[in-house]
Design a protein around this ligand. Sequence first.
Ligand SMILES: [Zn+2]
Length: 325
Amino acid sequence: MDERKVFKPLEIKIPDQESERFPERHREGPRFAGSQTDIRQKHRSFLTGFTLIELLVVIAIIAVLMAILMPALNKAREQGQRIVCKSNLKNYVLATQMYTDDNDDRFCNPQSCYFSQTAPYPVESGLSSPIHLRWCNGDLYLKNHPQYAGPFYPYLQNVKAFICPTFARIATRASQDHFYQADAGNIKNYKPWYNYTMNAYLGSPSDGVKKSSVRKLSEVKHLAETFCFTEESALVDTRYNVSGLNDTYMIPGSDSMVEGWLNQAGSYRLIKPGPEGVGAFWDVIGGFHYAPSQDPLRGKGNCAFLDGHVDAHTRAETFPLAWPR
Ligand SMILES: [Zn+2]
């Protein structure tokens, strides 16, 4: 007879009936002697629940596994966000190229590339420096208020994300921009919604950068080495940058600062901000991608270059990559 056909669950029969049901097991000696009773006793603690010690051991093991896995999971998330960020920036290069095509090779004014004017809008009434707060003013999200949009908006309106997902996470926690901090109490709907800013040395009509900037795409000497949009750091470390993200244009320094740097360093390729460089810049490239843990300033930011490629760079490279001449 096939043993499998006569199998029955262990716990439903009384032990002293076992020898009658399986006489062949008992014939074989001590291997199965008293087996059902023993098994039931062994499983009693399982059937009646865990002890406190067992529960604590399980919790401790889960905690150790979490501690091992979390850094790997954070790294995977940041890698995914970096790819989204680069793909966002690709659209900004395309927008820049289309804009210059449609406008006689001229760049758009970086100060109004997103917003149609520099004076306060009605929703900004009561703010002392409205322009500086547009990046985090959820009431000015251009998808809801296209009437405030600047010349780039027709080229970017299909772009789903204006903002790097990594930046959105960091800026919400720890923006240190002093302009923002000065007016933070007046922001009603805090929601950072962009962090890509245009190279101010491309197309800015401002008197302060007249000598440093160029007005036309054809005047840029090295297209593959000059970014048109990058992600700006909102975090301030005054040894490197005196300001953070507070408008739509990225300006390392004024004409007089640039002249001073060039005299000091000899070549624009050698000009770096901070203690190891020529001095503090106004704005620098963000450092939150590829950053060592606990220091979102020491990594890299993505830059979209005028030849169409997107690449990550450190804040030390800010000026060589912004200088179009
Ligand atoms: Zn990014």
